[in-house]
Design a protein around this ligand. Structure first.
Ligand SMILES: [Zn+2]
Length: 190
């Protein structure tokens, strides 16, 4: 009999048991859940709201047309509740964790200086540059090694300092990654 899935390591409290919590409630919907967003539960002792057993760090927030409350679940319960989602909760969580890693590493990254004196950085296939814009600084993002204008976004904002512009560049990078994922997803579905 299948009693649970493992997430992470062998620790019992990381197991999403399929015979505990709301899995025992026959009236609770098992289908029709849609992904909404992620929530970083941080250091608090958060449990998956479906199995009410496994400890969860990055909760998938799922919504349902007929259930008023959202449900915060771990990966394995998210998969079990979204069997029709072939984009896949696993892929989604991997990308989310990857974005978090980019954010955490950002302050440690070293910027270079272009020939014309602008700070720039190459990250995850994108080239991000900071340039003088009026009294402040602007940010431009483009696909690395591709200067034919296929992907270029000028951040409309103006940043007061270079440090602010560097944080703005991080937002633009995360936006670009989200945009690219959406496009790929669109191609898969069509
Ligand atoms: Zn669970």
């Amino acid at each position: 009999m299948m009693s649970g899935f493992r997430e992470g390591d062998d620790s019992a409290e990381l197991v999403h048991r399929m015979d505990t919590g709301r899995w025992q409630d026959e009236s609770f919907p098992r289908e029709g859940w849609r992904f909404s967003t992620f929530k970083d539960m941080g250091a608090e002792d958060a449990r998956c709201e479906m199995c009410q057993h496994a400890r969860v760090r990055f909760a998938h927030v799922l919504v349902h047309a007929t259930v008023p409350d959202v449900i915060l679940v771990g990966l394995k319960c998210a998969e079990a509740l979204q069997k029709d989602d072939y984009c896949g909760p696993e892929k989604r969580e991997r990308e989310y964790r990857d974005d978090l890693r980019i954010k955490n590493d950002w302050p440690k990254r070293e910027w270079k200086t272009s020939r014309i004196g602008n700070p720039f950085i190459n990250a995850r296939g994108y080239n991000l540059s900071i340039w003088k814009k009026g009294p402040g600084f602007g940010v431009t993002i483009r696909k690395e090694n591709r200067f034919d204008g296929e992907y270029v976004r000028n951040d409309p904002r103006m940043y007061g300092t270079i440090e602010e512009a560097k944080l703005g560049a991080l937002d633009r990078l995360l936006d670009a990654r989200a945009e690219s994922r959406k496009q790929k997803q669109g191609r898969t579905i069509v």
